[in-house]
Design a binder for this molecule. Structure first.
Ligand code: FE
Ligand code: FE
Length: 287
């Protein structure tokens, strides 16, 4: 999988880099200078190359094209559990001894949410949040599947990891897109904003008819680190987004910090999750 187009050895290399950038007991960043917290310079070279490809190619034009390509949902018909098993067929160069399978990450996230006594829709959101990574199995390059997300069509906020790489993005020097608001109105609401394309935006659209707004926000914004962890883009938010931000922040630690050495017992957990899936989703969904 590793080549010039796909520099990550494993799709999870980006998730692992998040742990470097946001270690478990890090203090909240708001109100502190970015330099106090970050030395992004020390991402491994292949991860840095991934950020470069992502920032260079996530444009408005690409975004519109990806929506056109994937939001007709003409690729496959699958139930949720089947999609989890399908995602698990993703083969990459990750070390099988140290890395979790995709199903294991999903179940560890949902089990951590369940252990804290949260509502059933929240547990289910944890279970499905990364299923959009099946985009990789539709031959999408890594930069179009994973990574921090950010709005396209307006100025790229300086808090976005490796912001300098945006200089290679054609939208960076396009006057239509490079002002603070770009193509958007002040406080227009994030639902009216195009976020960079990836597994989050795709899965949000798959789930739209089936999950409550809080769960949908957790899915759509879970990689939107410049927003939920750096406090950027407040000028695009409306009141609803302020409410949703609290839920996204509640979700984030379960995604980042639920990884444990003890792999979940997939077989034992399956009946519980089959019931939960059935409560919210139809037996077959369009992907
Ligand atoms: Fe994710
Ligand atoms: Fe995740």
């Amino acid at each position: 999988m590793t080549d010039g187009i796909n520099p990550l050895h494993s799709l999870d290399d980006w998730d692992d880099d998040l742990l470097r950038r946001y270690p478990r007991d890090s203090e909240p960043r708001h109100g502190k200078s970015t330099e106090e917290f970050r030395s992004y310079d020390d991402a491994a070279d292949h991860v840095k190359e991934f950020y470069r490809l992502n920032h260079r190619q996530q444009t408005v034009e690409v975004n519109l094209q990806k929506r056109e390509q994937f939001l007709k949902f003409e690729k496959r018909q699958m139930g949720i559990w089947e999609a989890m098993e399908y995602l698990n067929t993703l083969v990459d160069d990750s070390d099988p001894d140290t890395s979790l399978s995709q199903i294991e990450h999903l179940l560890q996230t949902s089990e951590a949410i369940r252990a804290d006594g949260h509502p059933r829709w929240f547990i289910l959101t944890g279970l499905v949040h990364d299923l959009g990574k099946i985009l990789c199995l539709f031959d999408e390059p890594q930069w179009c599947v994973t990574g921090d997300t950010f709005p396209v069509g307006c100025q790229f906020d300086s808090s976005i990891v490796y912001h300098d790489f945006f200089q290679e993005n054609p939208d960076y020097s396009n006057p239509e897109y490079n002002s603070q608001y770009g193509i958007y109105e002040p406080n227009c609401g994030l639902r009216n904003v195009m976020l960079s394309w990836g597994h989050d935006e795709y899965m949000y659209n798959v789930c739209k008819p089936f999950l409550p707004p809080q769960g949908l926000a957790m899915i759509r914004y879970h990689s939107f680190y410049p927003w939920h962890s750096e406090g950027a883009y407040e000028y695009l938010m409306d009141d609803f987004d302020h409410q949703m931000l609290e839920y996204v922040k509640l979700f984030n630690p379960y995604d980042l910090y639920s990884k444990s050495d003890a792999p979940p017992d997939i077989k034992a957990l399956k009946p519980y999750y089959e019931d939960l899936i059935h409560e919210f989703f139809p037996p077959q969904l369009s992907w």
